[in-house]
Write a protein that binds this ligand. Structure first.
Ligand SMILES: Cc1cc2nc3c(=O)[nH]c(=O)nc-3n(C[C@H](O)[C@H](O)[C@H](O)COP(=O)(O)OP(=O)(O)OC[C@H]3O[C@@H](n4cnc5c(N)ncnc54)[C@H](O)[C@@H]3O)c2cc1C
Length: 513
């Protein structure tokens, strides 16, 4: 941690979410001599840097950390700290604590837009607020031109501390899985059957389980690396390009307003799927595919009360605003397949996601929330554009063009039927109809700096995450994912970041030898 801006580093990283942190980690492991600086526009929330806010035990400190993540216009001070509050809300724009919505430009006349488009500005990015679901992509979600995808995903799992067995003893978790399996597993390949959801969590020796944030991705090796610096409240306004290659970054100190130029041989932009293309555009790097193929995963939710379950002898409800993960938090997974092209996330809740009658006390763990995600019908015309107007940070303002196609509408209808089928296998629905969220509410925006096998105008970067035609400039985050995925994307994005970081490490090592 420092307020001193270096003059020169080997690698400058923009953004400190899980993907920026993955670059810092791999470079610290593979090239400990390289100087690396990460610049983050948002504030440091707690120690260690990048910690998940739900690991902050004090409720007031946790609420403050969420407000400080919400960019230029934080939510009201007394907003709930529970990201599930309002989850079953039918409002046109859905905002979750720790995030902030796009103030303008989220919808153009006659289009669907992304009214739910949101970001986080803090050390750790959205990774300080996320749910940690880390499924592997399957079938057409996978990136066919990456032969080492599985190895990269395994590395992503190592960095995020992904665990499939953290909630094996959650009450009814086995029962939920059994009921789902019976209803849904027929015809599925073994690795695509109903399973416990892999979650990014850390199991401690004392039995506690905490959420992984960027702190876990950075890991001790990065924190102990004297050649690594993390500079919060530092907005990168431009990537300096000299003679067709990345040469550094221009940074604004958000505290003093001072401007700095930091020379760097490699620049990694890991500034989320909307702000990564924004920074490239502001830097004059504008390949045809920049900002295009934008996609979000249409999401439908439903809730049921498990049929025929009795509480165990010691079972007690735990209020949902308790910060630590409780054992009721079992999460099951219905994987995506090309035949059943939805990703299902089935979360047991110790309390209801929708209001129950005041005298209705559910058996702990018996209320189950189901979230079904669709893959978008990819369109080049779905895009984030920029112009001369500015956003509250003074960066080029965003204008989202986004439409749901007929295929998307059909797929959303099919996902509503699918979630209903899954719910009926479990118990009694709490509502008459599932609720489909406004576009953008999944918080899984992809494609805007997509990877491609060749520089043919349909992609922004190479399979190593290096921007076509700009030596030394790398992009990271969900925006790099080129396929239409329905599953939560962070594991895939971190895996791709591992590949990019190794590419830089190999170049640094070759240059040194
Ligand atoms: C409530 C919630 C639940 C979620 N659940 C899941 C889940 O279960 N599974 C899953 O896979 N995903 C989930 N997500 C999404 C997940 O958090 C993101 O996919 C992940 O954080 C993306 O990592 P990233 O590093 O690419 O970007 P981010 O985490 O968004 O980090 C980007 C960082 O870049 C910084 N930045 C932007 N522009 C600049 C600039 N110009 N200069 C300096 N810094 C800049 C931002 O402030 C931010 O901190 C969830 C998100 C939320 C909010």
């Amino acid at each position: 941690m420092t307020r001193t801006f270096p003059d020169t580093v080997d690698v400058a990283i923009v953004g400190s979410g899980p993907c920026g942190a993955a670059y810092a980690r791999i470079l610290s492991e593979r090239c400990p001599d390289a100087t690396v600086a990460a610049f983050e526009v948002g504030p440091l929330l707690a120690d260690p840097p990048g910690v998940h806010v739900k690991n902050i035990a004090d409720p007031d400190e946790r609420a403050l950390a969420q407000r400080r993540s919400e960019g230029p216009a934080p939510l009201a001070a007394d907003t709930s700290t529970d990201t599930m509050d309002g989850y079953a809300d039918e409002s046109f724009r859905l905002v979750r604590p720790g995030t902030f919505l796009l103030a303008t430009g989220y919808r153009q006349p006659g289009e669907d837009g992304l009214p739910g488009a949101a970001m986080s500005s803090n050390v750790g990015g959205m990774g300080a607020h996320w749910t940690g679901a880390c499924p592997r992509p399957g079938d057409s979600e996978r990136i066919a031109f990456l032969p080492d995808l599985d190895e990269l995903l395994a590395e992503g799992e190592r960095l995020l501390s992904v665990d499939t067995h953290a909630f094996d003893d959650a009450p009814f978790a086995d029962e939920v899985r059994k009921r789902l399996s019976t209803a849904l597993d027929a015809g599925r390949e073994e690795d695509r059957r109903v399973a416990p959801m892999p979650l990014a969590v850390v199991r401690h020796d004392d039995g506690r389980v905490t959420w992984s944030g960027s702190d876990v991705v950075f890991g001790d090796v990065t924190r102990a690396n004297p050649n690594f610096t993390l500079i919060p409240e530092a907005l990168v306004t431009e990537v300096v390009i000299t003679d067709g290659r990345a040469a550094g970054v221009r940074v604004r100190d958000m505290g003093s307003g001072g401007e700095h130029t930091v020379r760097a041989r490699f620049v990694v932009v890991a500034a989320d799927s909307l702000r990564t293309p924004q920074l490239l555009w502001a830097s004059g790097v504008r390949p045809r595919a920049l900002g295009r193929y934008l996609n979000d995963q249409p999401q439908t939710v439903f809730a049921v009360r498990l049929r025929d379950v009795e509480p165990g002898p010691d079972e007690q409800a735990v209020p949902r605003d308790r910060p630590e993960i409780v054992r009721h938090s079992g999460v099951n997974w219905v994987p995506y397949t090309d035949e059943e092209p939805f990703h299902g996330q089935v979360m047991q809740l110790d309390a209801s996601p929708v209001p129950l009658a005041a005298d209705d006390v559910p058996v702990p763990g018996s209320i189950v929330g189901l979230g079904w995600f669709c893959a978008k019908d990819l369109q080049e015309s779905d895009r984030v554009e920029f112009d001369d107007e500015t956003d509250p940070y003074g960066m080029p303002a965003m204008r989202i063009h986004y439409r749901l196609t007929e295929r998307d509408r059909t797929s959303i209808e099919a996902s509503r039927a699918a979630v209903r089928r899954a719910a009926e296998a479990l118990g009694d629905p709490l509502d008459d109809e599932p609720l489909t969220f406004p576009p953008g509410a999944s918080l899984h925006y992809q494609g805007t700096v997509r990877m491609g096998a060749a520089d043919d105008g349909t992609s922004v970067c190479s399979p190593d995450s290096q921007v076509w035609g700009v030596d030394g400039l790398y992009v990271a985050g969900n925006g790099v994912i080129p396929t239409a995925t329905a599953c939560n994307p962070t594991l895939t994005a971190v895996g791709l970041a591992v590949g990019g970081a190794r590419h830089i490490a190999a170049k640094l090592t070759t240059e040194r030898n």
